[in-house]
Design a protein around this ligand. Structure first.
Ligand code: GLV
Ligand code: MN
Ligand code: MN
Length: 433
């Protein structure tokens, strides 16, 4: 089989145009009227799954929604092969609050276009994968963890890794994961059916916007991803004493908000002094939250990432010791609850190679080799890495802005990305089994 894609540029440009138009269409499916917000097991999640399923069927794929709400489409190899192992290609359709329209979404839609470019017709006009393996597009349902704090719920279910205590995680309204499953029409008792066995999978490929400025600074469109950062997320709770804002002298105050604020600054100081360790306090609330009361309680989140699990954990220990000191000096108590933990995932050398070859196929002859980047952003591959080799392709993200409505990607880069990803699949298929 040829390792070069036989598709004329107009066809790829049309595919990229379709991806951009569909990103716009999905952006309109939102819980907010003036922003994009689509969280796990919401009515918007159901609506985008229906749209994605429609597009998958239009591409000739057999579709299903799995037991965790992930949407899948599959093309079997020529000659049947319902049991043939599958190459998964995809990303996620859920979003952060006030999101951009490309994070995750563009990867799902590009996967669909790759399938359209590679598929071959069968005897009765149906479509097939031209390879010994099936092609499956997967739209994961919860990469961000926006609703329940714990990220990667959809891909964790596919990886067959689900902790019992996740069922009782709650959203801001107090709805548990279990209740949300039932409201969505999913049976928590059947969750195990979403799990895939390693033997069923050839690997997992994902295209994603970079969510950082490296490619933009280099003036390049595409990069190979070497690894995805390990992550832990915590909810921190600080307890002091709520008292009168006027009458309480400074030496009697146990101000939980000031303790939390000092903690946030200490987290920045400690993480900045490290290489490839990033700590972010993205949520901070004070209680009872009145203008004339010294805050007696504060809650803050911590998102901690690192290139290596051991380094990340060492820094968490250092942060914990620092927080003990800060809170002790201020007469406060603090506790932490870990709500998410995912190990660093190293992209498989073979999949890095085929993605590199795929990118090279899009470059003028003699151009320098494509960049290889570490991903500080999290991806579904962090969960899927437990059951399959993972390979990722990054697309330039102008100004590196993401998790923001200004998030962007160019149609030209999407076209290059589609070609590179399709070429990568051809290279992979040409590898000895
Ligand atoms: C997801 O985008 C994450 O990195 O948190
Ligand atoms: Mn994201
Ligand atoms: Mn993402």
């Amino acid at each position: 089989m040829s390792t070069r894609l036989d598709a004329d540029p107009d066809r790829i440009d049309a595919a990229a145009g379709r991806v951009m138009a569909r990103c716009d269409e999905l952006a309109r499916v939102s819980a907010a009227s003036d922003a994009i917000e689509r969280v796990y097991l919401s009515p918007e999640h159901a609506r985008v799954n229906r749209l994605a399923a429609e597009w998958m069927r239009e591409a000739g794929m057999a579709t299903r929604q799995d037991a965790a709400g992930n949407q899948l489409g599959r093309l079997d190899p020529v000659g049947g092969g319902r049991d043939a192992p599958a190459l998964l290609i995809g990303s996620h359709l859920d979003t952060v609050p006030d999101a951009g329209r490309y994070d995750g979404i563009v990867g799902v839609l590009m996967a669909l276009e790759v399938v359209r470019l590679l598929r071959v017709p069968g005897e009765e006009g149906e479509w097939h994968s031209p390879f010994a393996f099936a092609l499956e597009v997967i739209a994961f349902s919860d990469e961000e963890g926006t609703r329940f704090g714990k990220a990667l719920l959809g891909s964790s279910a596919v990886a067959g890794v689900w902790a019992e205590d996740w069922w009782t995680l709650t959203d801001a309204e107090g709805t548990t994961v279990r209740e949300a499953f039932l409201d969505f029409g999913l049976d928590p008792g059947r969750l195990g059916e979403a799990a895939r066995r390693p033997a069923e999978l050839v690997g997992y490929l994902e295209a994603h916007i970079e969510q950082g400025p490296q490619l933009d600074r280099r003036g390049e469109s595409l990069a190979v991803v070497s690894s995805i950062a390990s992550a832990r997320r915590f909810q921190l709770h600080v307890e002091g004493q709520a008292r009168h804002a006027g009458g309480t002298p400074y030496d009697m105050r146990r101000d939980a908000l000031l303790g939390a604020s000092e903690a946030a600054l200490a987290i920045e100081r400690i993480c900045r002094a490290e290489h490839h360790i990033i700590g972010t306090v993205g949520q901070l609330e004070a209680f009872p939250g009145a203008v004339n009361i010294v805050p007696g309680e504060a809650r803050l989140s911590l998102d901690l990432r690192g290139e290596f699990d051991g380094e990340r954990d060492r820094v968490w220990d250092a942060i914990s010791r620092e927080l003990d000191g800060i809170m002790g000096r201020r007469g406060l108590r603090w506790t932490s609850r870990q709500v998410h933990s995912a190990p660093a995932v190293f992209c498989a050398p073979l999949l890095q190679d085929v993605i590199r070859e795929g990118i090279v196929a899009t470059l003028p002859a003699g151009t320098q080799t494509p960049a290889t980047l570490f991903s500080p952003a999290g991806h579904d591959g962090m969960a899927i890495g437990a059951i399959a080799d993972v390979g990722m392709l990054f697309l330039r993200n102008p100004d590196g802005i993401s998790h923001h409505p200004d998030e962007a990607v160019s149609t030209g880069d999407v076209a290059l990305g589609i070609r590179a990803l399709a070429e990568s699949v051809l290279h992979l298929a040409a590898e000895p089994a």
